[in-house]
Design a protein around this ligand. Structure first.
Ligand SMILES: [Zn+2]
Length: 452
């Protein structure tokens, strides 16, 4: 995407406005909150820095009412006169629509400050994915596409804790929320038209669960690189090391990764050293010479060793992936991409290859939890069809190449005796390997023409 240059920016009406003051008056904040409550909706964004502290430090809250002609307001959460409670009450009120763009981090701040996750969220980034604009789009891109306007350059490296903020910072901060209410209006109409409101709501609902922000430690372990090859004791050790690092970082008020990197923790869980001196030889571990830290780590590891085997987590089973398994994933992937394109729903919202693997694992009986593709809107949109495809009940039709290629998944007419009989010769679907499964050799696919 081309970055807007300064000349174009100056034509934007917002930049002509004089920079405004930060709101530091509690009574004024309460008056505004009441007004936004009456409007039934409002939008907000936050700016924070998380460079040197355990938790992100909130530096600015930008908000704008959902009613027509509302002006953005910049609230100063660092002002001693400001208590954000009435504001968080609004964010967590189920009666009021809270509009955001990629709101997860903003809501994390809300959860920490108020103890409550948000309610009744409308995230324009997610809505855009359901409305065929793509996902995940940056705010700049979304404003370009939906409002035909260019925002000024990002302020990613800016220090939001300085006072006073520069005019440039203030204009940027205002831009961050100014367009949200109108985009909300446009996108909700679009979702209605496409009958996808309920689907988007299902995604928004995830913001309302606290686990969305603080995943259980077992889930966090799974996400760390290299953790999948650990044995049960290794997994347990990694869980406990993560918890120990959290507590330590909180106590020191430092960002967790600044103290010990993730890969060092994984390596410790794999080696499980018995003596503090073994830690001194680890590379990339600045705390290696801190005797208090190394002893604490060795103690955590020792404690894990003493834990009875029944209490260890189950190690992840890694199945060797055959060429045909990879082809199957490619095939399902080609189908989902084609359907998403055709139906104008962002493929990244549906989920990529790992979601398809989960679906296949589930079909094979390897896991009990119903995978996301077989739940809610994903099931309705595509999951059902992917299952049919896996079970051999579909045919793929590839047409229109090169001008307007189409890949259609068509349910086969299943006769009375060729349905699911295992081993019986099934009529082959008309597969087009070049489009669907590039890894599959054409001669291996049955190419019998359908006789209809
Ligand atoms: Zn922002």
């Amino acid at each position: 995407m081309p970055q807007p240059d300064r000349d174009t920016l100056d034509h934007s009406p917002e930049s002509a406005e004089p920079a405004q003051e930060l709101l530091c008056d509690q009574a004024e904040l309460e008056r505004l909150c009441a007004r936004w409550r009456a409007a039934g909706s409002f939008a907000f964004d936050t700016e924070f820095i998380r460079d040197d502290t355990y938790e992100a430090r909130l530096c600015l809250v930008q908000a704008v009412g959902g009613g027509a002609g509302e002006k953005p307001v910049l609230i100063d959460p660092m002002a001693p006169t400001i208590d954000l409670k009435p504001f968080w009450d609004l964010v967590t009120d189920p009666q009021i629509v809270t509009i955001v763009h990629a709101g997860k981090e903003d809501f994390e701040v809300c959860l920490r400050a108020s103890g409550k996750p948000p309610r009744n969220v409308f995230d324009v980034q997610i809505a855009a994915g359901f409305a065929g604009y793509g996902y995940p789009l940056s705010l700049t891109r979304l404003v370009e596409v939906l409002r035909r306007k260019r925002l000024r350059k990002g302020q990613t490296l800016t220090d939001w804790s300085i006072r006073p903020l520069t005019d440039e910072q203030i204009r940027y901060a205002i831009d961050d929320v100014a367009h949200l209410p109108s985009m909300y209006g446009k996108l909700s109409r679009e979702l209605e038209r496409r009958k996808r409101t309920a689907w988007a709501m299902e995604e928004f609902l995830r913001f309302e669960s606290s686990e969305h922000y603080v995943p259980p430690v077992a889930d966090r372990v799974q996400k760390l690189r290299g953790s999948k090859s650990l044995d049960g004791l290794g997994m347990l050790t990694l869980e406990r090391l993560l918890k120990w690092r959290d507590a330590w970082a909180q106590e020191k008020n430092r960002p967790v990764r600044a103290l010990i990197r993730d890969d060092i923790l994984v390596e410790l869980a794999r080696r499980r050293p018995r003596h503090a001196r073994e830690l001194a030889v680890l590379r990339g571990f600045p705390q290696a010479r801190n005797a208090k830290v190394t002893q604490a780590l060795v103690d955590v590891i020792e404690e894990c060793r003493a834990t009875p085997k029944e209490k260890w987590p189950q190690p992840v089973e890694t199945r060797e992936e055959t060429a045909m398994m990879r082809s199957t994933i490619d095939l399902l992937s080609a189908v989902s991409r084609a359907v998403c394109f055709e139906q104008e729903l962002s493929h990244d919202l549906l989920g990529g290859a790992s979601r398809l693997r989960e679906l296949i694992e589930y079909e094979l009986g390897g896991v009990d939890t119903v995978p996301p593709l077989l739940r809610g809107w994903r099931l309705e949109f595509l999951g059902e069809r992917l299952l049919d495809l896996l079970r051999g009940r579909c045919q793929l039709h590839f047409t229109g190449w090169p001008k307007s290629p189409r890949l259609d998944v068509v349910l086969r007419d299943i006769g009375p005796h060729d349905s699911q009989a295992n081993g019986a010769e099934k009529p082959a679907a008309e597969a087009v390997p070049a489009a669907a499964a590039p890894d599959e050799k054409p001669e291996k696919a049955k190419r019998k023409k359908r006789g209809d």
